[in-house]
Design a protein. Structure first.
Length: 385
């Protein structure tokens, strides 16, 4: 089976790039991939996938209809597709819903092939607020052979905002995989020592939908009972009003020695913070049409044997098994977050047990599992054609 894959941005470390690398590395055991990327991503694609055929297009994820630049890229990309010569293919798979999915839609119609779309969280629904893109996206969804959101939570929100466009389209969530457990030996996770100093860790860019305001407020409550507790927040900080407000709150509560904003850190440095942590905390919430599509970072924490505290938001309940790998609370429930953290910090056996279960959960959600489910879906589509 030969499949053309349309890829979104690859130049910087993002969830899109992590998904593309992990998924394509595994799916090639089942199919022959042919990659189409934006011209700007060509060098990155050849570095990340040195032995796969890659063809550049003017744009993929940049081809929106809500800006002049995006419209120009749409026209240039559609023109490039019209003259594109490809090997004989069986189907087209867009690794993001839109605008990458629009480019895949055009290619699939040109070749008269089935079109499969993977939808990642926010980008499966955000186009509802942009009229020109909403119209085009609805056409893409209606004509797709299969939509594969990365979680049931993402699928539910897509149905809520684009249900009419999906009325006759098959939707099959296929959960993300991960590679983290390959990097951390099982023994390190399953036999990890509980740190002497109660230490919380969050990993994610500092922005409202990641919920750092709520986790920081919860930490203030935690510290009233455990004054020695520490909280480290890794992720791009910037100078947004949200980030500045968090820093002001730290100063207001005189927590400069207890709360540390680390900014963007290297992979090696991040590993050190995971090893020093007692509990992983990330408490996202939906902000308008922005939400957590899955939450690979919870599996990264699991690879290190950490229990987690998270929220029932978007696709998070599929990355975190409530009561088994950690605790889920309602978004915005600061008291609930604090209670869950204190329970894990005060009950070392519970924390150790949940950390081990999180490691085993992360080990089960492999890219090979994702690829097998996807290849089976391909076969089903082609058999029905």
């Amino acid at each position: 089976m030969k499949v053309a894959y349309l890829l979104p941005f690859l130049q910087k470390p993002t969830g899109w790039r992590s998904h593309a690398v992990g998924f394509l590395g595994a799916i090639r055991s089942h199919v022959e991939p042919f990659l189409l990327v934006a011209q700007a991503d060509l060098a990155a694609a050849r570095t990340l996938f040195p032995d796969l055929p890659v063809h550049p297009l003017p744009a993929t994820q940049g081809a929106t209809a809500s800006s002049l630049t995006g419209l120009r890229l749409q026209l240039a990309t559609r023109s490039a597709l019209a003259s594109l010569h490809l090997p004989e293919l069986d189907l087209v798979h867009s690794l993001e819903a839109y605008p990458t999915g629009l480019v895949g839609h055009w290619l699939a119609r040109k070749l008269r092939l089935p079109h499969v779309i993977t939808a990642h969280g926010t980008y499966g629904v955000i186009w509802h607020e942009r009229l020109p893109d909403r119209f085009l996206y609805q056409q893409v969804l209606r004509r797709a052979s299969l939509i594969c959101p990365v979680s049931h939570g993402t699928a539910e929100l897509m149905q809520a905002y684009f249900g009419s466009a999906l009325a006759h389209t098959r939707v099959q969530p296929i959960l993300n995989g991960n590679h983290f457990t390959r990097l951390i030996p099982p023994r390190e996770a399953l036999e990890r020592q509980i740190p002497a100093t109660p230490t919380l860790l969050s990993v994610g860019d500092i922005k409202p939908r990641k919920g750092q305001a709520e986790s920081l407020a919860a930490f203030i409550q935690v510290r009233s009972q455990l004054p020695q507790a520490r909280y480290y927040l890794a992720g791009s900080l910037g100078q947004s009003a949200y980030a500045l407000a968090l820093q002001a709150s730290v100063r207001e509560h005189h927590l400069e020695e207890s709360v540390h904003f680390l900014g963007a850190v290297s992979i090696a440095k991040l590993a050190e913070y995971y090893r020093q942590a007692s509990v992983f905390v990330l408490t996202p919430r939906q902000e308008g049409l922005h939400f957590e599509g899955f939450g690979l970072v919870y599996l990264e924490a699991g690879a290190y044997g950490l229990p987690v505290v998270a929220t029932r938001s978007g696709g998070v309940p599929e990355a975190v098994k409530d009561g088994e790998t950690g605790f889920l609370v309602e978004p915005g429930d600061v008291k609930g977050i604090a209670t869950a953290i204190l329970r894990l910090l005060s009950d070392t056996e519970l924390a150790r047990s949940m950390g081990r279960q999180n490691r085993l959960w992360a080990e089960s959600l492999t890219w090979e599992r994702t690829a097998l489910e996807q290849s089976q879906a391909y076969t089903s589509i082609l058999s029905a054609a």
